[in-house]
Write a protein that binds this ligand. Structure first.
Ligand code: DGL
Length: 275
């Protein structure tokens, strides 16, 4: 059964916290006529070291809220960890109801499209890396592609605390990127919401010789294509973007500026109030 309403319905974007604002930011630039509802599950962050089962439970409840209480016309799982753990469950549940996008598949397509890439590296949270989802999808699509995956769990909290473009972030990055497994890569996938903020530093580390892919722009472009194909693209913005978190603190609100560029106002969501 299709959800009710017209093209002016909102787009729901969710993440474990506020890092997914990098995706929301890219979506608002590429699709300026769309009204967004952003949902950051700050009460449960980080997702990056939680089990697949728990993340699936969170993702299903959040999507239920976005669809049934907010009548969204499309859902974007902005979080890599939630995409790795819960995409299939959401896609199957909402098949034929609304398009559900994850940040992984558009990235796989973007990398495969660059035929010259022989070895690709992935950096992400522990849960994304141990899920093996990138490896499985790359191998299925291009069996000859060499692949290296490295969990870089310090990076997300480092960025959230404002450590980027400085000596500390450079030292942490270097110690990860010098890992033997990443030797001879032609491309590096930044498979975490937070990493677009350190893209320049990573580029500097590789002196521009490794092509860097970040999910924010790739997924925003894919969303545009899907909305156009499904006849769901809005012609005028119907209202202001709305930003929910499940645990409001002033610190989160201040950090949003890092990820979104401009100041935003966070609202407390009560979906976990029964817990
Ligand atoms: N949003 C997560 C991701 O993209 C990073 C933060 C977390 O671990 O919750 O993987």
């Amino acid at each position: 059964m299709k959800m009710q309403g017209d093209k002016n319905r909102t787009i729901g974007i969710f993440d474990s916290g506020i890092g997914g604002l990098t995706v929301a930011n890219a979506v608002s630039k590429i699709l300026p006529n769309e009204q967004l509802i952003y949902f950051g599950d700050t009460a449960h962050l980080p997702y990056g070291d939680k089990s697949k089962e728990l993340i699936q439970r969170y993702a299903l409840r959040i999507t239920d809220f976005l669809l049934h209480e907010k009548n969204c016309k499309a859902i974007v799982i902005a979080c890599n960890t939630a995409s790795a753990a819960a995409y299939e469950a959401l896609r199957d549940k909402y098949k034929g109801v609304v398009p559900v996008l994850n940040v992984i598949d558009p990235m796989i397509e973007a990398v495969i499209a660059e035929e010259s890439i022989q070895k690709v590296g992935i950096i992400a949270t522990k849960t994304t890396i141990t899920s093996g989802v990138y490896q499985e999808k790359f191998t299925r699509r291009k069996p000859t592609l060499q692949f290296a995956a490295l969990a870089t769990p310090l990076l997300a909290s480092m960025i959230e605390e404002g450590f980027y473009n400085n000596n500390i972030s450079r030292a942490v990055l270097e110690s990860y990127l010098e890992n033997d497994s990443l030797k001879d890569i032609d491309a590096l996938v930044l498979a975490c919401t937070h990493y677009p903020l350190i893209k320049t530093e990573i580029n500097n580390f590789y002196k521009g010789k490794v092509k860097i892919f970040d999910s924010a722009e790739v997924v925003a472009k894919k969303l545009k294509l899907i909305l156009e194909k499904e006849g769901l693209a809005s012609e005028t913005k119907s209202g202001k973007d709305i930003f929910y978190v499940t645990d409001y603190t002033q610190a989160f609100e201040q950090t949003t500026r890092i990820f979104y560029g401009t100041e935003i106002y966070l609202q407390q969501s009560e979906i976990w109030k029964e817990v």
